[in-house]
Design a binder for this molecule. Sequence first.
Ligand code: NAD
Length: 366
Amino acid sequence: MSITVSALRETAAGERRMAITPEVAKKLRGKGLRVLLERGAGNAAGFPDAGYADVEFADAAQVLAQADLLACVLPPDDAVLGRLREGSIVVGQLRPHGAAERIATLAQHKLTTFSLEMLPRTTRAQAMDVLSSQAAVAGYRAMLIAAESSPKFFPMLTTAAGTIRPSRVLVIGAGVAGLQAIATARRLGAQIEGYDVRPETREQVESLGAKFLDLGVSAAGSGGYARELTAEERAAQQHALAEHLKVFDAVVTTAAVPGRAAPKIISTAMVEGMKPAALIVDLAADSGGNCELTRPGERVDHGGVVILGPLNLASGAPLHASEMYARNIYNFVELLIRDGALQPDFNDELVAKSCVTRHGEVLFKA
Ligand code: NAD
């Protein structure tokens, strides 16, 4: 009997993405798999049922009763997971950190589950790297929000009413999201600078036509990530940044250190030194924010400087975010199939490192 791959409508508040797009459903069918989706599951992402060829639709209960593999964007409720058959596989962003109850549910129902945020950032994993694909969407959206929310134009404009100077924009944190934010600001015509503590980002920032802001603090960690700054480094960074921040019209912050709360980089005093009507879009709001004044999901006006803390930015461009996400899912699912059956190879580091529970056994280490 062929393997049934399924997805449900995402139920997290504000979530519009869909784990299986028509393109990926077709590829799964091409592999001889059966695709069974909840009716209307793709609507919010811009994929109505009619756009899926050769796919079956049912209500959520029927989908859960028949799925061999459930793909998701965000973790389904524990009650939903509990309705999957014993031994089923779940693939998605399961957010296992600090989610002991969810992990217990996965184990209790003897599910085998994979959380793609845990994949190592190796070359082979790139095609499945949901952190990268969704961070690119988030970086793009953060810069659009900055441009839309700023009281100034981003590009230079020469008009009969005079010349408007381009906005000066800074991106703090030049990882996947930050580089996409820089590229977007360039396309919008802003005068753009990028800053990061990893020295190798200088070349990446400059290759996008932006200027690298050098604050003299270098903090490369392991695995290509940044490490947390020491107290002295943080003080040096803050001192240098405070002076520079005074010239910018908009700042997009994306700094993160894996497994830690977002580093606080912009203090209240630094905000108070910024230009009137300047703007900060804090993409790190989901993990606490890079600015001391950020309130996740809210708009804060501090003496005329506005700080925005938008949440789940990738969901705001759901069609393309889903297309990229679903391809990541497909590439990972391909790894799990051998000889026409779902047989994850736990000797493969991509399989082993992303596994949260294996038929009820908890493999996730916090
Ligand atoms: P991330 O989301 O963990 O962090 C975003 C950025 O914030 C990083 O560039 C980091 O250096 C920076 N940062 C952290 N603390 C800071 C501070 N105090 N001040 C300023 N900046 C600070 O990172 P990410 O976007 O997920 O990517 C991190 C690295 O992983 C990059 O080197 C990226 O190229 C690499 N990567 C590799 C692959 C691959 O080869 N498969 C895939 C994706 C990412």
